[in-house]
Structure formats: C-alpha cells, structure tokens
Design a protein around this ligand. Structure first.
Ligand SMILES: NC(=O)c1ccc[n+]([C@@H]2O[C@H](COP(=O)([O-])OP(=O)(O)OC[C@H]3O[C@@H](n4cnc5c(N)ncnc54)[C@H](O)[C@@H]3O)[C@@H](O)[C@H]2O)c1
Length: 352
C-alpha cells in the first residue's frame, strides 16, 4: 500500500511538473507572438499615382516585407524591388483571397479604380471596376479574412446642386459623372457593411491630388500635375480647364499622411463610416501659373477648356473638412507656395 501511494505521488509530481513546463512554453509563445505580431498590408492598385507613394510610406513605417504591393501591371523599379509584389486583378475575389492567405494579410488599402475623365469615356467599365473591386474586398472583410479596409472616395461625390463654398460633410450629393455615382454608391456600401456586419472600413473624400513622382491616371485635376512638368520642360502649358476654375487640391505628402492617419486612428474616433470630407488648398489654373512664374519667370499658360471643364464646374470650390480635423486630428502641411517650391526643387533635382 505504502509502495503504491508513493508511486501515485511520484506520478502526480511528474504530471504537475510537465503541466508547468507546458504552461511556461505557452507563455513564451504568447510573449514571442506579442512582440513579433504586426499588421501585414496589401495595397491594391499600388502602381498608380497615390498607390506608389502610399506603398513607399507604408513600407517605411511597417517594414518592406510587411507591405505587399499589387496591381494588374508592374510598377516602378523602386516599387518592384523594395518589397513583395503580386500581379492581382482587384475585381477577382478568389484571386484576392489567395493573396490574403498566402501573405497572412490583415489590412487592405484598395486604390485600384478608374478615375473621372477616363470613366466618362468608358462608363460601364468604370462602374464595373470601381464597384466590383470594393464589394469583393468588403465581402472578404465580412468573412473575417481581413481586419481593416481603406477605400478612397472623392470630392466627385458632389454635383452642381451641392453648395460650392465650404461644402459640408453632409449635404446634397447628386454627381454628374459615372465616377461620382460610383463613389457615392461605394460610400453607402462601406457604411452598410460597417452597420450590418461590423466591417472596419475607413474612407476619405480626396480632393485633386498633386504629385511629382508618379503621373496621374486620368482625373479632372491632372492639369495641376502636368503644368509643373511642362513649365520646366517647355516653358508653357495649354490648360484643359478655364483660368478661373477653382478646385480643392492637396499635395501628395498630405494625402498620404491623412490616409495612414485615419487607418491608425482608434476605432472610437471614426464617427463617419461613409467617407470623410478632406481638404487642404483651393486654387485656379491662373493662381498656380502665377506661383510657377516665381520660379520660371518666362512661363506662359494658355487655356483650351475641353469636356473636363463641365466635370470641374460641377465640383466644389472649397470643401469644409472640419469633421475630419476634429475626429482624428487631421491637419494639412502644404499650401500652394510651399508645395510649388517643393515640386520644382524636386523636378529640377530629378532632371540633373
Ligand atoms: N488622384 C486623385 O487626384 C484622386 C482624387 C480623388 C480620389 N482618388 C481615388 O484614389 C484612388 C487611387 O487613385 P490614383 O490617382 O492613384 O489612380 P491611378 O489611376 O493613378 O491608379 C489606379 C491603379 O489601379 C490599377 N488598376 C486598374 N484596374 C485594376 C484592376 N482591375 N486590378 C488591379 N489594379 C487595377 C491601375 O493599373 C493603376 O495603377 C482611386 O480610388 C481614386 O478614385 C484619386
């Protein structure tokens, strides 16, 4: 009996010891995971005007291998060499799922779209790309394959019946372009997936985005990028908008800053689940030309408005983005003068 009891005691002691060791291993694994776990991001439409610089910034912040760039075409050498890249059609839900599973993606930035001027030429294709890609990503988030989604809307959600000065966050939205219609619908899909399924999708209404690294992809505000290149190359520019057409614009650095800021904000700060108004500067073609003349004194501009004039005329002059500023501390850095100085210095440097 004594022998039996000693054996049971020994057995219990050993089991308890093994149990303690297993607990310790579990704890170590948990601590290891805590320290090594971070978001893995998929950027779709990464080779476009915004996607290129967004990918670059995200790789700087999260690490090159944590940010998977994707597009239906290859991008710049920098983009292709600085981290993982996948050819991916944003309208193919199964293909997106495969990439999400392959790279253990937690967040998606969906930048693939057809922009305003191009979508007016190919309305059905524009609608199809803009809607199918968004619904594919929202469904994948609903099915819990990803945790967070960024999808950009645009000032194109507003139309002629919206107030033009200080266009409010919530107002009449009757867009006149297929692009604008797709963005209004997209905003409501985002809100629907948030309300019904708890999908954490965040969105901002970009104004016209101005950059010098990557050329724009067929928008109505593209003149404000082309003008810098032509000023330095030829000394003159023929603008497709009328000289007094005032539109809301933003330097790329500010747009990237806002995009990452809204994605990193605490959930309770995101009060709007359609899309936030976002603004920085508003100017006319004449005003940007006058600013360029300070750096290129002989620069001249002429005006030959085309179909894009009608689109521009339906959009706001100045947007009120106080809600974004209040909710998640958004602030822009660049005005027309500092943006122009920066772009011209960079383009001159690039040409050397
Ligand atoms: N650039 C602006 O001024 C501006 C203003 C308002 C809103 N936005 C929005 O921001 C987002 C990004 O705009 P952008 O200026 O970078 O556009 P862009 O046209 O420069 O880039 C779009 C990218 O999407 C890719 N693409 C097209 N079809 C695809 C598909 N089926 N699958 C995967 N990729 C595909 C293109 O190859 C391109 O690289 C868009 O949603 C756009 O509506 C842009």
């Amino acid at each position: 009996m004594f022998y039996f009891l000693t054996n049971v005691k020994g057995y219990l002691k050993t089991t308890f010891f093994i149990y303690q060791i297993l607990n310790l291993i579990n704890l170590c694994a948990y601590i290891f995971e805590m320290f090594t776990m971070s978001d893995t991001i998929l950027v779709m439409g990464a080779c476009g005007q915004i996607g290129t610089e967004l990918t670059e910034k995200l790789r700087e912040l999260y690490g090159n291998n944590q940010v998977i760039a994707s597009d239906i075409r290859e991008g710049s050498i920098d983009m292709m060499e600085s981290g993982p890249f996948e050819i991916l059609d944003a309208t193919d839900k199964n293909a997106i799922l495969q990439i999400i599973q392959k790279h253990k993606i937690t967040q998606v930035y969906l930048m693939a779209a057809m922009l305003s001027a191009t979508a007016e030429r190919f309305p059905i294709k524009g609608w199809d790309l803009n809607m199918t890609s968004l619904l594919a990503v929202l469904e994948l988030a609903k099915e819990k394959h990803i945790q967070k989604v960024f999808w950009p809307s645009s000032m194109a959600v507003f139309g002629s019946s919206s107030p033009k000065i200080n266009t409010p966050q919530q107002t009449v939205m009757e867009p006149s372009t297929v692009y604008g219609i797709s963005k209004v619908a997209g905003e409501h899909w985002c809100n629907y997936y948030y309300e019904k399924f708890g999908v954490d999708v965040r969105s901002i209404r970009y104004p016209g985005i101005i950059s010098w690294k990557t050329l724009p992809g067929g928008g109505t505000t593209d003149y404000a990028v082309d003008i810098y290149f032509e000023a330095l190359k030829k000394g003159n520019y023929e603008c497709f908008l009328d000289e007094h057409t005032r539109l809301p614009m933003m330097y790329m650095d500010d747009a990237i800053d806002a995009t990452i800021k809204i994605m990193q904000a605490d959930t309770e700060k995101i009060d709007v689940r359609t899309s936030y108004n976002l603004a920085a500067i508003s100017f006319t073609p004449k005003e940007i030309a006058d600013e360029i003349k300070k750096h290129v004194p002989n620069f001249s501009i002429s005006y030959k408005p085309d179909f894009r004039q009608d689109i521009a005329q339906s959009w706001p002059n100045v947007i009120d983005d106080s809600k974004a500023r209040k909710d998640w501390d958004w602030n822009h850095q660049y005005d027309l003068t500092t943006m122009t100085t920066d772009i011209i210095a960079n383009l001159k440097n690039k040409a050397k």
